[in-house]
Design a binder for this molecule. Structure first.
Ligand code: SF4
Length: 488
């Protein structure tokens, strides 16, 4: 059954969401099938919609739909209609409004030079300003995504070849972007100057692969070659891979939340294992805020490695005291308000045998609005926990993200509006502590955060946005990508 794309799952509303996953393969007989598998491995980066565009040497083929990758690309007949040796794909998480077909990527345009398909992970922070300018110049937008701005900037470029046109377009945009694009004869990967979102290069049977994360290389058996460097443009054609560095170099600022929550734990992002990073954050968390207790329990799934690190550091036993039901379908609960109140219990259940009579340290990755934490702590108490101490493997999330992660407005972020003690009282824990920002940086292998030149983007914790927020500062539109509200 294809799940409704229109409403966020009530149980997922108190969580941060990655915007998108991108994938591409150049020069493989099974290009479309590999793209579907790659997108499947990147499903965590976007669950609302997915699409694949292929090229068979004569024409482009496209299929885009709302739903999960496994539902959309399960039919052999459909895959037969995506022929060719080149394919790019995209997973989308839509932030507001509908997941209209017109917004599902890859976007496609026919230029004088031929077809062009584009997949984007990230968010452009001057897209509204650019869009107004382009509309005034006569550009007719087909979607409401920020990504389409790039399509039109390419169209009006005076450069001759498509790569130069794309580079010229990217000189105008500001924000976070990892792009995978394809033309009649090449595949192109680009990472923004700071490398805020990840992008890796792999190789399978002599074919180049581009993907948001290494887990998408693993699923197809591709070898990891390297990360696309911040500000790098890689052009892949029949002659191989050419690396271009057309932008002035700046210090990289990968999104540190990739390590805390977004990326899959089996991925390696910019040379660091996500799983090991999460364990080290748990170690720092234990060093900074340990409290006497009997057992360490993770909130599944992303709290698991940090809880393991916490347990190892303190010597307290690590137990799976919360069991996650992976088979909760959103259509199952949407129609009925009277079962909606069951809330978190549908997704998580506390194991009384592990919890009863114990002083519990609960490890989670973040608190957004706090509603999930309230329910989980209630659940722990109902299962007989004597004490519940909540430990969070990120600093307090006090700012919205404008670089491609769906975060609520600041007014809705619990930590932006309450002290730690007020939050503790709100969620009903016996104690609450977060890893410090320096603890996070230590876990990432740095002595501390370099306040003059932070090593990562950490704006949702610090408010120091590394890339200008032109739309927001100019009073334009909403932080994330929907233009539905501003352009109708
Ligand atoms: S603001 Fe936060 S979530 Fe957004 S890119 Fe920066 S670190 Fe990542």
């Amino acid at each position: 059954m294809i799940e409704s794309p229109r409403l966020p799952h009530p149980l997922d509303m108190d969580a941060l969401h990655e915007e998108c996953g991108v994938f591409g393969v150049f020069g493989h007989i099974d290009a479309a099938a590999l793209a579907a598998l790659g997108l499947h491995a990147l499903q965590h980066r976007g669950q609302e919609a997915a699409g694949i565009v292929t090229y068979d040497g004569k024409q482009f083929y496209s299929h885009r739909a709302a739903g999960h990758v496994g539902d959309i690309f399960s039919s052999p007949a459909l895959m037969d209609h995506l022929p060719g040796l080149v394919a790019i794909g995209h997973n989308r998480y839509s932030t507001t409004g509908e997941t209209a077909l017109r917004n599902i990527q890859p976007l496609f345009a026919d230029y004088e030079s031929g077809g062009f398909a584009l997949s984007h992970n990230g968010n452009l922070t001057n897209a509204t300003i650019l869009r107004r300018e382009l509309v005034r110049r006569g550009c007719l937008f087909q979607s409401t995504t920020d990504t389409e701005v790039i399509i039109h900037l390419i169209a009006i470029s005076e450069q001759v070849n498509t790569v130069d046109r794309l580079i010229e377009a990217l000189r105008r945009v500001v924000g976070a972007y990892s792009l995978v694009a394809m033309t009649n004869d090449r595949m192109i990967g680009v990472r923004d100057q700071m490398g805020i979102r990840p992008l890796v290069i792999g190789m399978l049977d002599g074919a180049y692969v581009l993907a948001s994360e290494t887990c998408a290389l693993d699923i197809i058996g591709a070898d990891f070659l390297r990360d696309v460097a911040p500000g790098e443009v890689v052009v892949i054609d029949a002659d191989g891979l050419t690396s271009l560095k057309p932008f002035a170099p700046v210090a990289p600022r990968l999104c540190v939340f990739e390590y805390i929550y977004f990326a899959r734990p089996d991925s390696v992002v910019d040379g660091s294992s996500v799983y090991e990073a999460r364990k080290r954050i748990g170690v720092e968390l234990a060093r900074e805020s340990h409290v006497d207790a009997d057992v360490v329990i993770p909130v599944p799934d992303s709290g698991v490695p940090s809880a393991m690190g916490y347990s190892r550091e303190t010597g307290l036993p690590y137990e799976l005291g919360i069991i996650r039901n992976h088979y909760v379908g959103r259509t199952f609960i949407e129609p009925s308000d009277h079962i909606r109140h069951l809330g978190v219990k549908l997704k998580h259940n506390a194991s009384r045998a592990v919890i009863e009579g114990k002083r519990v340290i609960l490890v989670d990755d973040s608190i957004v609005r706090g509603t999930t934490s309230v329910k989980i702590i209630e659940m722990m108490r109902a299962a007989g926990a004597k004490e519940v101490h909540l430990r969070i493997s990120s600093p307090p999330t006090i700012n919205s993200c404008y670089y491609g992660v769906d975060t609520p407005e600041r007014t809705e972020l619990l930590a932006a509006n309450r002290t730690i003690e007020e939050m503790r009282a709100f969620i009903g824990a016996d104690s609450l502590a977060y890893v410090s920002i320096d603890g996070l940086y230590r876990a990432m292998g740095h002595g501390s955060r370099n306040s003059a030149q932070p090593q990562y983007c950490d704006a949702c914790f610090t408010g120091e946005y590394p890339v200008a927020l032109a739309d927001r500062d100019g009073g334009e539109a909403t932080p994330q990508l929907s233009f539905l509200s501003s352009f109708g």
